[in-house]
Design a protein around this ligand. Structure first.
Ligand SMILES: Nc1ncnc2c1ncn2[C@@H]1O[C@H](COP(=O)(O)OP(=O)(O)O)[C@@H](O)[C@H]1O
Ligand SMILES: [Mg+2]
Length: 255
């Protein structure tokens, strides 16, 4: 099967000389649910942000459905981003808008900017957004303003917004890092179940090794900008985990 995404020899050096990625390569296939783990500063966020070009890598290539993203700009880049859903640690929702409006904004990449500004969403788009919100248990919150919601509820809005784009790939950067265990479980379930059902590939950065092992079909462990492990969750041994967090054992214990 042709990979959906190919990350090839990716290197990223920030302006201050920090080398965040040092030659990262892997392929992602349709329907894979991949957890990216590693200590803070390992390069997990830089990797995800490189994939949809929120940052521009120094060298290497990112190939999405056979097309190189490294040279994409303007319309091409917008089209690419509309195929990739993003979920962030701090939800990235718009406080003064309703839950429904936030989810509909996920469609902006596919609409002209003007029709987005004037809230010209189709009935089909609204129905889809409401369907998604019901699925994640927010049926009673649809008309509420997002600033009335708890953290866990806000993140479920973030999940629905990413799904409303009808993406082939979802990138989630520590989606549960700000949530309590109960909310974390609900949010992870909602991401996992929807990706599985719709055959969406997912790359999710996680701090918690146990959560990664519970959901992932594959784990990629990153340390100092390099891949230390890429394989099945059951093959990630305790010894490897200890090596991964060497010098940062406190993070492992805290997770
Ligand atoms: N905008 C930036 N400018 C300079 N260095 C950065 C920037 N963003 C991240 N870094 C550095 O790059 C490295 C990787 O960071 P990051 O990708 O955020 O790792 P992680 O998400 O695994 O915690 C760290 O050393 C971090 O300090
Ligand atoms: Mg990070």
């Amino acid at each position: 099967m042709k990979p959906l995404l190919q990350v090839q020899q990716l290197e990223m050096e920030y302006a201050d000389g920090t080398k965040a990625l040092r030659g990262i390569s892997f392929d992602v296939h349709k329907g894979e649910f991949i957890a990216v783990i590693g200590p803070s500063g390992a390069g997990k966020s830089t990797l995800l942000r490189s994939i949809n070009r929120l940052v521009t890598p120094t060298s290497g290539d990112i190939v999405y459905e056979g097309e190189s993203l490294m040279t994409a700009k303007g319309t091409g880049l917008r089209k690419l981003r509309s195929n990739i859903g993003m979920i962030f640690q701090h939800y990235n929702v718009v406080d003064r808008l309703s839950v429904l409006e936030n989810v509909l904004h996920g469609n902006l990449g596919r609409m002209s900017i003007m029709s987005g500004l004037f809230n010209r969403y189709s009935e089909a788009q609204k129905e889809m957004a409401i369907h998604l919100l019901k699925k994640v248990g927010l049926e009673n919150e649809i008309r509420k303003r997002v600033d009335e919601l708890s953290g866990g509820q806000r993140q479920r809005v973030g999940v629905c917004r990413a799904l409303a784009q009808n993406p082939a790939l979802i990138l989630a950067d520590e989606p549960i890092a700000s949530l309590d265990p109960k909310s974390s479980a609900i949010v992870m379930e909602s991401i996992y179940e929807n990706c599985l059902e719709q055959g969406i590939a997912c790359l999710v950065n996680l701090h918690q090794v146990d959560v990664a092992k519970k959901y992932a079909t594959r784990i990629i462990a990153i340390q100092k900008g390099q891949i230390l492990f890429d394989g099945k969750p059951e093959d990630l041994t305790d010894e490897l985990i200890v090596r991964l967090y060497e010098g940062k054992e406190d993070e492992l214990l805290a997770s």
